[in-house]
Write a new protein. Sequence first.
Length: 138
Amino acid sequence: MIMQRLWSKVNKTDTCWEWTACKSRGYGQINIDGKLKLAHRVVYELLVSEIPKDKVIDHLCRNKACVNPKHLEVVTQRENTLRGIGPTARLAKRTHCKNGHEYTAENTTMSSIHGRRCMQCNRDIAKRYYWTHKLSAT
């Protein structure tokens, strides 16, 4: 019964299998046993395999409403985020800071407030602060 209900809400094309029913933020939803579940996860588990608790599904086609298992891949949340086009992914893909210093293991630090930081820029800021306040104190 679930399969018949599920497939009645899918428009299969040559590429994406578009979810045509209820959606939230672009992702298809289906009610199973009184619980709303993400349609792409339900289809993946029915046709491919169980999704580990610590994993998510990445839409390789970038279509959130797609439930085609060939377009879905099990990945970590980090991998899914970095594959995206959002601010976190864009910042992670940068190889140099805004002042042109390369992000290397030796020149990069992590801050819980600012994220990835260039150590050369941090030193430059500290020097400017020191000299500004030293001169104003005299």
